[in-house]
Design a protein around this ligand. Structure first.
Ligand code: EPZ
Length: 420
């Protein structure tokens, strides 16, 4: 129950390095179930969500060890094919084990994820996809029960472009008999990282990076080592922190091409940006222009940056509209921003934000990962002191964010739950 105490009003300056991608790691770790052996990952962030995934895999018999930013997995002794509710309820991405377990071991018992902070997040496409590949799938007692001797190729047309369902069904199809066609597949960089990882393991995938994937099943795969891509959402969070505080920051160890939608909106708001091979330098605008945003699937503006963008717009010179087309009610951060003096009107899946001159520090409550990130950003820009409670949400997806922000000159400190 740690909290952050932030003294706002300080411009951020300097260099900050981005960690490896949480969402890429959460897709690649379950993929190791597809072939027995040793795997070594580099550039792995130290995050609570990865510990949770490691715990889930170790319950199945996987040897998991992380030392700093290196992660080793040994899947030789997998002997249990179940993802229990106690684990899955902590993290929805746990459902990613469904495809690999059915494909490799012929059966899986995976708990349904249950509720999420911001409304329904069904897994019907995951279930339908595995069923289309010939698995016998039932949902009973809150569990997905799937069985198959050997999966068979199929044509799958996703009604919605889903990151998770694309990853899960692809991991099932790589060991199926025949060639599977997936239409409307997700194209997020984390899914492309999974596609490259599977091909390195011996899979045959055509259409990498596109929404049309052709997956020719093979009889077996082999373990490999991998270097994780950088976390584009963490990079976007630091870029917006710089714009919000009026600073100049260089974000290093990132992939600018993954951030084109965010960068073009930042330029529209008046910021000056310069990119290198693996860095982006941002100089904040003197005054922030209001810019409307609608979140979309990749390469559109990511929903995981919606809250941070909305926060920037709370101090823009004018009114903007932020619409989330991926998660209709991902606005749990709005009442907290209003506590900091923001002027925001919510209607259906849109927020109309009237810029105010300045936010003012207050106590605010985190509700989920990206909502808590935006409250930290708001605290950095606000006059006076802001206390962000329940920062355990942040530790799920940001590696020591307070140390990195402190490095940029922010006045932020963590107070452990025992102290208050
Ligand atoms: C991934 O979640 C990310 N999580 C999320 O990031 C991110 O917000 C999301 O993609 C969208 O970009 C990980 O990669 C671990 P989806 P996922 O399936 O896979 C609907 C963060 O902050 N849908 O692409 O769960 C769904 O309701 C997290 O790091 C179905 O209807 O997202 C949503 O409206 C939060 N049926 C849309 O598709 C399904 O079976 C996109 O969801 C699956 C999804």
């Amino acid at each position: 129950m740690d909290k952050f105490i932030i003294e706002g009003g300080k411009k951020l300056h300097g260099h900050v390095s981005v960690s490896g991608s949480k969402n890429a790691a959460l897709a690649l770790m379950p993929a190791t179930l597809l072939a027995s052996g040793k795997y070594h990952f580099k550039n792995v962030p130290v995050l609570r969500d990865l510990t949770t995934m490691g715990r889930l895999l170790s319950l199945m018999g996987v040897d998991v060890s992380q030392e700093g930013h290196s992660l080793s997995l040994n899947t030789f002794r997998v002997n249990k094919f179940e993802a229990p509710y106690e684990q899955v309820k902590k993290m929805r991405a746990s459902v990613y084990v469904l495809g690999p377990l059915v494909a490799r071991y012929g059966h899986a018992k995976v708990s349904l994820p249950g509720g999420c902070a911001w409304g329904p997040r069904p897994v019907n496409l995951h279930i339908e996809g595995v069923r289309k590949l010939g698995a016998d799938v039932n949902v009973k007692g809150g569990y997905i029960l799937a069985r198959a001797k050997r999966l068979k190729a199929a044509k799958i047309n996703f009604t919605v472009s889903s990151v998770g369902a694309t990853g899960n069904v692809m991991m099932a199809a790589v060991l199926a008999r025949g060639t599977t066609l997936i239409n409307n597949a997700a194209m997020e960089p984390e899914i492309v990282a999974l596609e490259h990882f599977l091909v390195k393991m011996g899979a045959r995938i055509d259409g990498i990076g596109t929404s049309r994937l052709e997956i020719e099943g093979v009889d077996q795969l082999h373990p490999v080592d991998e270097n994780l891509i950088p976390d584009r959402i963490e990079a976007a969070t630091f870029l917006i922190a710089a714009a919000l505080t009026g600073g100049t920051v260089t974000v290093e160890n990132c992939k600018p091409v993954h951030l084109s939608a965010v960068m073009s909106k930042l330029e529209e708001s008046g910021a000056f940006l310069q990119t290198g091979d693996s860095s982006i330098t941002i100089r904040a605008p003197k005054s922030i222009r209001p810019v409307n945003v609608t979140t979309e699937i990749y390469p559109g503006f990511p929903t995981d940056v919606q809250a941070q963008w909305l926060t920037l717009m709370t101090i823009a010179r004018g009114t903007s509209k932020i619409t989330d087309s991926i998660y209709f009610d991902r606005f749990k951060h709005v009442p907290e921003l209003i506590r900091l003096g923001a002027d925001i009107m919510l209607e259906k899946n849109s927020a109309t934000v009237k810029g105010v001159g300045k936010l003012a520090g207050a106590k605010v409550m985190s509700t989920d990962l990206r909502a808590s990130a935006c409250l930290v950003l708001a605290g950095l820009a606000a006059h006076g002191t802001t206390e962000v409670l329940r920062v355990y949400h942040l530790d799920r997806g940001y590696e020591s964010i307070e140390r990195k922000l402190h490095q940029l000159g922010a006045r932020i400190r963590r107070v452990s739950g025992k102290e208050f």
